[in-house]
Design a protein around this ligand. Structure first.
Ligand code: ATP
Ligand code: MG
Ligand code: MG
Ligand code: MG
Length: 484
């Protein structure tokens, strides 16, 4: 089954169950002071949960473009290092706004996974919220009982607040949740360790695929919980992980979501992707094909790289990709921009913004690559110098302030400094680094952002969005210019 078919089957299934299918909201949030990017499917529905707005239908389903690179949900450091966390990913979701609740949510999920996708039942585990006395929250016995109808009790596992009480951010709608994990290991591996032991260890081959959240509370800014006006269901299934399981792969990067991009990187770099977890070249390739998606979707949704706010996050993601390809693939010319066409071919049918904005996305990435490549050489020389100084002093830790300077002045990603240090059996003084970061935050609060260069939008074309009433218009950037 191709990824496109897998996505479509999800939507068709929920359509048949009376859900209205809506398009993904933009990945960039323009009017939410608590969040920069959509970090889950529910972000666009927040106001429905809070009772501020009426949903168009009490049952909705979609796939949402998500980005987890800042705030409460930040997976950036794992990306490339593991096989199943991305910066940008699709979250398939079904919602009930004051309509069905736990029983139906659990029954639907089970039916879809075992009857439509035909995942063997013996490969599934579920978790439920064990309760938390400090917040007066009970164990989710209802979820436990509804699961019991489908799965043996030893496969229903208690989970703590960290994993089984879902919160969008520091504040906002939240509630207990129940997660579904798929064991994709071979029979031989299963015989060695029980899947049960691996569920809560973030094991890459017993992977969390779907989270069913039972929205009952709102976390207020003062940290307290209040009951929502009604009860809702909010589910999120990792699309790329589902594809991995259904396509019989052991890494998201081996699914057809990523293989065309990887093939293009191989062609452009002359390097072969071997899928090894610790291999620097393979890490770099995973980073590139992941980050190009994040950056392309963000730009297509109107978020240009810049020196502040969400634009700065996007610029840093792009620079992380450039640094990895420079250092580990030896690519010293702009080339990431060439992946945009591949992405458009693969995903443009479902996400037309990639087609409409292809030119803008390509040009912006190429220009960003060109200018960052001019400074990266300095950054690499500088870290070599810092490493040599550290070694000559017989020390094992790179000073946090020096690594921060690299990050701040050269835009050199801190995790890359860590990797380079590790190659020489050195570590980074993380505490010192964090202190410098904090000082910088205080400084930039005082002075306005330093001027390097930014993109200015000269003309935006707003188009009426036909799909869904909450997003009234979508804006396409048609003319833009770089300012030094
Ligand atoms: P994990 O524990 O693996 O980090 P999570 O519990 O943080 O996942 P949720 O907030 O429950 O994730 O999101 C719902 C689903 O989205 C997850 O079950 C998973 O399948 C998928 N997902 C979450 N984070 C990522 C990511 N960074 N990349 C790809 N898929 C993800
Ligand atoms: Mg996570
Ligand atoms: Mg989890
Ligand atoms: Mg989860």
């Amino acid at each position: 089954m191709t990824s496109q078919q897998i996505r479509q089957q999800f939507l068709d299934f929920f359509k048949e169950k009376g859900h209205l299918i809506v398009p993904s909201a933009p990945i960039v949030l323009k009017d939410d002071p608590t969040l920069m990017f959509s970090n889950s499917g529910m972000t666009q529905f927040k106001d429905y949960f809070l009772g501020y707005k009426e949903p168009k239908s009490p049952r909705i389903a979609d796939t949402q473009k998500c980005l987890r690179v800042s705030g409460k949900h930040n997976d950036l450091d794992d990306v490339g290092r593991d096989t199943y966390h991305h910066t940008m990913f699709e979250m398939l979701g079904n919602w009930s706004f004051g309509d069905y609740f736990k029983k139906e949510a659990i029954d639907y999920a089970w039916e879809l996974l075992t009857e439509v996708y035909k995942i063997p039942k013996e490969n599934l585990y579920v978790t439920i919220f064990e309760g938390d006395s400090s917040e007066n929250l009970d164990r989710d016995n209802d979820a436990y009982n509804f699961w019991k109808a489908h799965i043996s009790e030893d496969r229903i596992i208690n989970g703590n607040k960290k994993d089984n009480f879902w919160e969008m951010g520091e504040s906002g709608p939240c509630g207990p949740c129940s997660e579904i994990h798929i064991d994709i290991r071979t029979a031989e591996e299963k015989a060695k360790v029980s899947g049960l032991d691996l569920v809560n260890n973030d094991h890459p081959q017993v992977v969390e695929v779907w989270n069913l959240v039972f929205m009952e509370f709102n976390r207020k800014a003062d940290g307290s919980l209040e009951k929502l006006p009604s009860k809702h269901v909010d589910t999120g299934m990792g699309f790329e992980r589902l594809c991995m399981a259904l396509q019989g792969k052991t890494s998201n990067y081996d699914t057809d979501v990523f293989t065309p991009l990887i093939a293009k990187v191989e062609e452009l770099s002359g390097k072969k992707y071997t899928g090894i977890l610790e291999d620097e070249k393979d890490i770099a390739i995973r980073v590139l094909v992941d980050h190009i998606r994040a950056v392309s979707f963000a730009i297509a949704d109107g978020q240009l790289p810049s020196n502040g706010g969400a634009g700065y996050v996007i610029r840093r993601i792009l620079r992380r990709a450039i640094s990895y390809s420079y250092r580990f693939l030896g690519i010293k010319e702009p080339f990431l921009f060439e992946l945009v066409a591949v992405l458009r071919n693969e995903m443009g049918d479902f996400f037309p913004e990639l087609v409409k904005q292809q030119k803008l996305v390509t040009e912006v990435i190429k220009e960003e690559e060109t200018s960052f490549l001019k400074t990266i050489e300095h950054g690499l020389k500088r870290i070599d110098l810092i490493i040599n100084e550290t070694i000559s002093k017989n020390e094992k830790t790179l000073p946090g302030a020096a690594v921060f300077e690299l990050y701040d002045t050269y835009g050199f990603p801190a995790d890359l400094s860590r990797i380079i240090a590790e190659e020489k059996q050195l570590t980074v003084d993380e505490k010192g680094f964090d202190e410098e970061m904090e000082k910088q935050k205080q400084r930039s609060k005082k002075s306005s952002a330093q001027k390097v260069y930014d993109w200015v939008v000269l003309e935006e074309k707003a188009e009426t969005f036909v799909g869904y009433d909450q997003i009234e218009t979508e804006t396409y950037i048609t003319r833009y210019r770089k300012v030094e």
